[in-house]
Structure formats: C-alpha cells, structure tokens
Design a binder for this molecule. Structure first.
Ligand SMILES: [Zn+2]
Length: 378
C-alpha cells in the first residue's frame, strides 16, 4: 500500500490517501505541517498537440500520440481527450485509426485517453466563428458519416463540438446523445433559440465559451448570453490571459458558477516550443511571443493556445477571485463528469493523483508527483 499526504485546496486541511491495486483504498486526516497540495490528476477535454507533437498533422503516427501522452503527464494531466479539428472525412478516419492503434498498443494510453473529441467539422462556415478551421471541410451534420467514424475506430469518438445552426441539428444531437456521446456547442453562429433547442436535444457543453465567435454580436439576445443563462450547459474556458480578458472570464465563470465551469488548455503543437516565428500547414506564418501569446504573424489574431492546464489553474486563482480550490475543481471533477466520471478523490476511485506546490502570485503549479492508477510518472 502506497500513501500520499498533502493539503486539499478546498479547505487547506492535510489528508492522506492510501492506494492499493491502482485504486484509492482509504482516505484519512493527515498530519499538519504538509505544504504540498494534493488533488486528483488534471483532466483536459481539449488537446490538439504540444511541444511539436501534432494530432492534426497529415503524418500523425502512433509514436506522436504516445509522446503527447507522456508530455501531458509531465504537466499533471492524467486524462485527456485528443482533439481532431475540421478536416476531410478521409483524414478524420485516418487520425482516428491511429489513435485507436496507439491505445491498443499501450495500456497507459488506453486509460489516459477515454475517447476522442471531434471539434468540427459541423461548425459555422463564416469567418470569425470558424476560427482557424479550414472552410473547405466545414459541412452539415451527417449521421451516416458519424457511423463511419465509429466503425473505423471502434467507437472512439466520445465528444463532438458542433454549431447547432444547421437544419437537422436537433435530430443529430439527439441521436448522438442517446448513444452517450457528449455534445458541445462551439465555433457557432447559432441563434438564442437554436442554442436552447440544442440543449433540449441533449447538448451539455459549450466549447471555449467566448472564443470561436463573431467579433461583433447584437447586444442582446446573442449566443453568449444564452449559453451563460442555459444551466444545462457546462462551459469550457481557455484561461490563459490571451483568449479572454480577466474581467470577461471572471463574469462568465460567475454566471456559470463553479459547478458548470471547466478549464481546457486547447493546446496546439507549437505550445512549449521556444518563442519565435513558425510556419504552420493551415495558418501560414505565426509568431510565438515569450509570454505564450501565439499570433498569426503581423496581426492581433490568436493562432492557438499554449498554456497548459496547470498554468490555467494558477491564472484563475490569481486573476478572477476564484480560489485554488475552485480552480482545481474546474480542472478535475468538473471536466471529469464528461470523461467517464473521473477526477474525484473517493474510496474505490482510480488513484490518479497530483501533488504540487503553489502560492498566490505564482504563474503555474510546481509539480512534485503525478500518479496514474497508483503509479508514479515523475
Ligand atoms: Zn476551437
């Protein structure tokens, strides 16, 4: 039996977790004096790549997926959803097959990757809400295509981000929700009525709320107010200081409340690389600034996210009035509800743990240990 002692960010109280056979066997009060924080491993619902590993590359390989999983572990993430963006059906199916093969080749990946998040291709075609997704591959929802994704990958798609502005969106959302697929609304130009109808049909998430939206919106009603008001939707947020100003993020999280807010990284392949100019296959020239801001070169437009989930937790705890306890819930139990009920410290749960140090003002968490199914990876 292995034991780990730390403080819980919710109350600051020390406690000890005893692990056996990869699971939490007991939890008890710990000795005072411990200064590290102890939480569930982090859960990231949206990862496109990191440190040069790119899930959306044409030449994706099993090695890329494996390398990415280990890089995620080093950032405290023990569960993540590889995220494929809008592409041809041929490319989506090829990428799904490779991720399936990577999971089958390695029990660690089989566990860390419960399923894949498909962000697109059924998003709004318009400049603005479409973001950096390639317009030529945007298309309406199609149940037959969804079935081909699942047939090719052994049912690997478990989350789909779409825009519910298409006729037939409600039927598609209802059909997928009935099969346990999580539907998230994003990169959308939908009306307030279409957002409510999507939630009624089964949509339960908003993808990076406040981003992937037109630059100008009517003051009200609009799709941001509606998603904030719609309690059936948990919103994911990119909390990096670049995608949303601190005031905007604060108010959006207050509206959703802690329970309905989840942090995502939305990391791209250039995240974690040295600052400078890069050329990307889709976006052309981009510039990675020393503070992590990634711009389309020579413009103010963002070209992707580069802050890891541990950075996002620190950002929220430093800049929004929400506590470290709130911020860790937003990166563990809350996203965990959409990843197979993970992210909880309770007897019988899988022993996915994170030990870290952090104090107010620090821009990230200093990771001391990461455990997946009771096994340490640092
Ligand atoms: Zn996006």
């Amino acid at each position: 039996m292995k034991s780990f002692t730390g403080r819980t960010p919710s109350t600051g109280e020390p406690f000890t977790v005893h692990c056996a056979d990869g699971r939490i066997a007991a939890i008890e009060a710990g000795a005072p004096g411990e200064s590290a924080w102890l939480t569930p491993g982090l859960i990231d619902l949206q990862v496109n790549g990191y440190c040069g590993d790119d899930l959306n590359a044409d030449d994706l390989t099993i090695d890329t997926v494996q390398s990415l999983a280990h890089r995620m572990l080093a950032t405290g993430v023990t569960t993540f959803l590889p995220t494929l963006i809008t592409a041809s059906e041929e490319k989506i199916i090829r990428s799904l097959r490779i991720i399936t093969a990577a999971r089958q080749a390695d029990p660690l990946l089989m566990y860390m990757i419960p399923f894949v998040h498909l962000e697109g291709p059924h998003i709004a075609p318009d400049d603005g809400p479409r973001g950096a997704h390639p317009r030529e591959h945007v298309r309406p929802p199609d149940l037959a295509e969804f079935q081909r994704w699942q047939d090719a990958s052994g049912d690997l798609v478990g989350m789909v981000t779409l825009s519910p502005h298409y006729p037939g969106s409600s039927e598609y959302i209802h059909a997928l929700s009935a099969r346990g697929i999580h539907i998230s609304l994003g990169h959308t130009s939908a009306s307030a009525d279409q957002i409510h109808a999507a939630a009624t049909a089964g949509a339960r998430l908003s993808t990076h709320l406040g981003n992937g939206v037109a630059n100008l919106l009517p003051r009200h009603p609009n799709l941001i107010w509606t998603q904030l008001a719609e309690d059936r939707l948990t919103a994911t947020f990119i909390a990096d200081g670049h995608h949303l100003p601190a005031d905007t993020l604060t108010v959006m999280m207050r509206a959703k409340t802690v329970q309905r807010a989840a942090l995502i990284s939305d990391l791209v392949t250039l995240a974690g690389l040295p600052p400078g100019e890069y050329v990307t296959p889709v976006g052309g020239k981009v510039y990675l600034h020393p503070d992590g801001r990634l711009n389309v070169a020579g413009t103010p437009y963002l070209a992707g996210a580069t802050a890891t989930l541990k950075d996002a937790i620190a950002y929220v705890a430093n800049n929004t009035g929400f506590s470290l306890g709130d911020a860790t819930l937003m990166a563990t139990a809350n996203p965990g509800r959409f990843a197979g009920e993970r992210g909880l410290l309770r007897v019988g749960a899988t022993a996915d743990l994170l030990l870290f140090r952090w104090e107010q003002g620090c821009s990230t968490l200093a990771i001391e240990d990461v455990l997946v199914q009771g096994q340490s990876w640092l």
